[in-house]
Design a protein around this ligand. Sequence first.
Ligand code: 6PG
Length: 245
Amino acid sequence: MKNPDIKIFNSPEKLVQALCDSFIQMISKTGQSNTLHVALSGGSTPRVFFEHLAHVGNNVPWQNVHFYWCDERCVPPDHPDSNFGMTKKYLLDKIDISDQNLHRIHGEKDPTVEAERYSHHLLESITKQEKNYPVFEWIILGLGEDGHTASIFPGQEKIIRSTKICAVAEHPQTGQKRITLTLPVINLADRITFLVSGKSKANIVAEILNNKKINMIYPAAMVQSKQNPIEWYLDKEAATLLKSD
Ligand code: 6PG
């Protein structure tokens, strides 16, 4: 397993600017003939990223980008908790991208039925596949203070060990049902990036990146790639407790 590629920035603004620059570079390199299948996460951290991307993304050939979601809360798209709804508000409504390029998880549907539907939809939409799993060009992940990522929570062994493409999870505190990509899908992506900012994440970032051994209780630590190093885009606050090599 390759060592993580850790990038630390002085502020959340500089952090998302760097990630936006990298994304726009990726899109321009893709060219007309190919498509970038990108899976986004929800939560408050990506919101800053989406706002900046909307601000700088007006001349981007969005027709080459298809957006998917790493996970979704089982609520309608106009519900305040909806990851798609948040992305729509801060990014999708502000860029020139066709609805055909937006592949939301239908949080308003029966979770089990939708997990199945989305799994098939991913296989129909993403031509690059390995071992009957869809292979995304890029997956952008967040990190919870408890070490969860997407909606894969510590201790939820059934989800952690799932060999499906999508699974139905439950938030440990609220009981809110979620649909999530599973680790086999996440780990096959060409590029995997954790986007983490703020002091509240310093402990879990250190737990995962400083200690090779004890961190295997955290789903975020189970994100491992055979293709490329896992990228950690961190602001200074989230990186406060990182050991220097
Ligand atoms: C979700 C996310 C989840 C998120 C982390 C971090 O649906 O909530 O996919 O995995 O990325 O909980 O969230 P914050 O960015 O709000 O800290």
